[in-house]
Design a protein around this ligand. Structure first.
Ligand code: P6P
Length: 347
């Protein structure tokens, strides 16, 4: 039996000790998130069972009111973070406003943002879902943390990551020193290093987009996606389509195998559907640290300065050359339209 394993605690400790100025605060914060992930994973694994039990009277075996999993995940993230003295303020995709640290607890130097259970509509069909988190250093100089600590551009993140509750539970994170993946061993309740220093292929095998929106995209985006499919001669080697409908699952597959995920703006979501703070920015930090990239089609996601907590953005993320292909195609097609008759491939 293999006994030399690297737990996430040991890995974070080793990483921290490369920086003499490190206080251990960020490391402890990552442990707190790993604990929340284990609790959420256990709840998700039970959800199917409880649902079966729950159909008798919509209550679980302890007689508790059956809560929706995204509420359980949201409360778990807050309860694992709010008392530690490491956090000055939180923000959740599930909450309209910022989540202050309760007055009975001390505040710390980090702001933590999260989408507690992204893709939760997939729970009932047992498709992968995930938790996404993003960590910033507080910028407010007094008080107990405020919205200014949360409304920071993605380039100011000190860490970000996601937990994927799939065939196995994986935690993938970066602190700006590469991207590292850990798989939960449920027999010992530990996240073990399984994917050290993940680097995404420069050109990917897959493209992931909800093509039912095709008719609602602007024409340059239609041309770009047709190019990814190989429908436009001499544009790109055709890619395979893969789309789960859960950002964490689609992003993770592309991160490992190479590929591009797109959620463009469309006539129903003119500003895009995905949220900048809770989805696009944390995933963009990971993508860039894995030698990929992330844009809103043409502009770098990590440079966008958020104006409000639930701001949405178009998202094009993944293998560097694929993301660059889309940006180039959008620019070229738009300028062609602007400068005269458009000679477009038949769509
Ligand atoms: P659509 C899940 O609801 C989510 O926020 C992301 O996880 C996912 O990528 C996207 O929305 C799917 O949206 O419109 O294709 O169902």
């Amino acid at each position: 039996m293999q006994t030399s394993v690297t737990t996430i605690e040991r890995f974070i400790f080793d990483q921290e000790h490369r920086y003499p100025e490190a206080t251990g605060e960020l490391s402890n914060l990552l442990y707190d998130i790993a604990l929340a992930a284990k609790i959420i994973a256990a709840a998700i694994r039970r959800a199917g069972l409880v649902n079966i039990l729950g159909t008798a009277g919509a209550r679980n075996v302890q007689g508790e009111e059956q809560q929706k999993l995204d509420i359980i995940a949201n409360e778990t993230m807050k309860n694992c973070l709010n008392h530690t003295g490491r956090v000055c303020v939180m923000a959740s995709e599930e909450d309209e406003n910022i989540v202050p640290v309760p007055p009975e607890y001390p505040v710390g130097k980090y702001a933590v943002l999260f989408d507690p259970l992204d893709g939760s509509s997939n729970i009932d069909v047992n498709a992968a879902v995930g938790t996404i988190f993003s960590i910033y250093r507080r910028v407010s100089m007094e008080g107990r943390g405020n919205v200014g600590d949360v409304l920071q551009p993605g380039c100011k993140q000190v860490a970000s990551g996601y937990v994927m509750y799939g065939s196995s539970t994986m935690l993938v994170y970066t602190t700006g020193q590469g991207v590292h993946g850990f798989t939960l061993d449920p027999t010992i309740g530990e996240f073990l290093l399984s994917h050290p220093r993940i680097v995404t292929p420069r050109v990917g095998m897959y493209y992931s987009v909800n093509e039912s929106n095709f008719g609602r995209w602007e024409r340059p985006m239609q041309v770009a996606v047709r190019g990814l499919k190989g429908d436009v001669p001499d544009m790109m080697k055709p890619k395979n389509s893969r789309y789960v409908g859960s950002l964490v699952a689609d992003f993770h597959r592309n991160l490992i195998a190479g590929g591009i995920f797109l959620y463009p703006a469309d006539t129903r979501n003119p500003g895009g559907k995905l949220r900048l703070l809770y989805e696009a920015s944390p995933m963009a930090f990971i993508a860039e640290q894995a030698e990929g990239s992330a844009t809103d089609g043409t502009n770098r996601i990590l440079d966008i300065v958020p104006r409000n907590l639930h701001q949405r953005t178009p998202l094009v993320i993944g293998s560097r050359e694929d993301v660059g292909f889309v940006a180039d195609t959008l620019r070229r097609t738009a300028s062609a339209r602007a400068s005269g008759p458009v000679v477009q491939p038949a769509l």
